[in-house]
Design a protein around this ligand. Structure first.
Ligand code: ARG
Length: 572
């Protein structure tokens, strides 16, 4: 809640009988700028006072005496609107931004509470697909936002490195595995082997049995099976690592599903102890029909455990290791049932901490471009997407330099990397996460519109203004020079950044921060596009005041992008 909304709520409270928090929560910006900066709709009072909202609004406007940053209060239909004093707003907001610098907007609402965030979590021997991109990017942003909000996040990569599919891989490996090729081609080769297994098993059904037997060997720790499994794992991890390096991501804990293998017994015992297990011919299951959650499989007939069982062990392990205040799982919406089952089973096992666990689902991503798809049309390699984005960013920079007859920038590699990668990341995060996203290359990399490059460009442009200004930006300026309504709106948008962070963290919704950054940049661009407004002029006190506003804009954008996991090139 903005401090000004709060101040307005405090003015209104005595006249309404509502409490300040309740009022403040209902205050928002009116639809049009000429209606003021803050508005309160009198609807909730209508019943209480037995009067029509417009009449109440008129009475309130007359009863409330403006004070502090609130210079005028006016009724507008059923609303009471407040007009803020731009000078006071600027003085209260801007010096704080430049003083706090990189820390501007950070909060301490987390009180150092630990929050494991399970994200990315790709599967070994399978390509890092586009849904893993979304998990990686959203999860990374959550980790950074939680940290900025004062929590102690722990980024966990729950690698899919266990399960019967490894039996399949070992079975086909036995027939035609080639270590040389594996080392050269990496995951693509493992993928080709899978495809081969599935083709062959149609003609040779006995391969299926062989796969089961091989997985058993692996579970029993047979040397060669273990060695190969480890090799597949290492090759895959090295490939994933390249993607993480491009994105600038590291994890606090890379714990694969295999890590929980020796904890399966304890989980099954607990389940049995609570009489939760039912034996069917095919498997051991937990009946969750009473909660509309179907039946959950925990063990197959051949004794091998399942994804859910490993997640139950992992949940318990995380609780023991981190005593978390929240525990997040950033995984596609397709696994909603899985997580609902997991949480319910933990509840049935009598773990009160199940309530702190939250599945953070997200929608699908589609590409408008067939070129990025493989023959099967559904697998897109994340690394290819990132590499292509960086290439396209480089082309744009080269084209720009050519058109302006300039030399290529010295830091073209840095620029192309940050713009390309930032574009892909922002394109994902700007959407409400549960929405499906269509990935359109020309939109993603555009320097205009709601894109990462647009935000980076706005920040870089201000950086070069600062350079041209040549002096340190001071928070001690003549605030009467910042009296333009557009300047006021910009200062208010900057002031709202920490509130957006709080909402984003509470709702696990990075797009709240993304929206705020776009709003800040758009408000700056509005000023910048005006013929009668420029930052640097002959008028020194005016320049100092506008430089403060511009520098605060840049700081807000840089900080917000940093929380989202996006770097800003020093110049563009
Ligand atoms: N490896 C899984 C997949 O790619 C995602 C794992 C998510 N995390 C978890 N704890 N289940 O579908």
């Amino acid at each position: 809640m903005s401090r000004f909304a709060r101040a307005f709520a405090e003015l209104l409270a005595p006249a309404t009988g509502l409490d300040v928090d309740e009022l403040a929560a209902a205050i928002g910006p009116p639809p049009r700028p000429e209606m003021g900066e803050l508005g309160f709709g009198c609807f909730p009072l209508a019943k209480l006072l037995r009067k029509a909202p417009p009449a109440i609004a008129a009475e309130l406007a007359a009863a409330v005496a403006p004070a502090g940053a609130i210079r005028e209060v006016r009724a507008e239909g059923p609303y009471v609107n407040a007009f803020l004093d731009p000078q006071i707003v600027a003085r209260e907001v801007l010096p704080d931004v430049v003083d706090r610098g990189d820390a501007y907007g950070t909060l301490d609402i987390g009180r150092d509470g630990c929050v494991p965030v399970d994200f990315s979590s790709p599967n070994i021997a399978k390509p890092f697909g586009i849904h893993h991109l979304r998990s990686t990017v959203i999860g990374h942003a959550l980790v950074r936002m939680l940290r900025a909000a004062g929590y102690r996040p722990v980024g966990i990569n729950h690698i899919g490195d266990w399960g019967t599919q490894f039996g399949q891989l070992l079975a086909i490996w036995e027939l035609e595995g080639d270590e040389q090729r594996l080392r050269e081609e990496g995951i693509s080769y493992l993928l080709a082997l899978y495809v081969e297994f599935n083709t062959r098993k149609v003609e040779q059904p006995e391969l299926q049995d062989r796969a089961r037997a091989m997985f058993k060997l692996l579970e029993d720790g047979e040397d060669e099976a273990r060695r190969l499994w480890k090799l597949f794992r290492d090759v895959s991890l090295a490939e994933f690592e390249r993607v993480y390096a491009m994105l600038g991501i590291s994890f606090d804990d890379i714990c694969g599903e295999s890590f929980y293998e020796n904890r399966m017994g304890a989980v099954l015992e607990q389940l049995a102890g609570k009489q939760l297990l039912t034996e069917s011919d095919e498997a051991t299951v937990i009946d969750l029909e009473a909660w509309d959650l179907g039946t959950a499989l925990v063990k197959k007939r051949d004794g091998s455990t399942l994804y859910l069982t490993r997640d139950l062990a992992a949940a318990e392990y995380r609780h023991e290791t981190y005593t978390f205040v929240r525990s997040l799982y950033v995984v596609g919406a397709a696994q909603a049932l899985h997580f609902a089952q997991m949480i319910k089973v933990l509840d049935l096992l009598g773990k009160p901490w199940h309530a702190a666990i939250q599945h953070v689902p997200f929608g699908m991503m589609r590409f408008d471009d067939r070129k990025m798809s493989t023959r099967k049309g559904d697998i897109i390699f994340l690394e290819d997407v990132l590499v292509r984005a960086v290439d396209l960013a480089r082309e744009t920079i080269e084209k720009g330099a050519r058109e302006k007859g300039r030399e290529l920038p010295e830091n073209i590699d840095e620029q192309a990397h940050k713009i390309g990668v930032g574009a892909v990341v922002f394109n994902d995060l700007k959407n409400r996460r549960t929405r499906d996203v269509v990935f359109k290359w020309d939109e993603v990399l555009s320097f205009e519109g709601a894109t990462g490059p647009y935000l980076q460009y706005t920040a870089a442009r201000i950086a070069s203004m600062k350079e041209k200004y040549g002096r340190a930006v001071s928070g001690d300026v003549d605030f009467s020079r910042l009296s333009d309504p557009d300047e006021l709106r910009l200062a208010l948008a900057i002031e709202a950044l920490p509130h957006s962070l709080r909402r984003a963290v509470d709702a696990c919704e990075p797009s709240f921060v993304a929206d705020r950054l776009l709003d800040i940049a758009a408000r700056f661009s509005t000023l910048y596009a005006r013929k009668d407004w420029k930052v640097i002029s002959e008028d020194e006190p005016l320049t100092a005041a506008r430089m403060l506003l511009a520098a605060s804009t840049r700081q807000a954008i840089v900080n917000g992008l940093d929380w989202l996991g996006i770097d800003v090139p020093t110049r563009m």
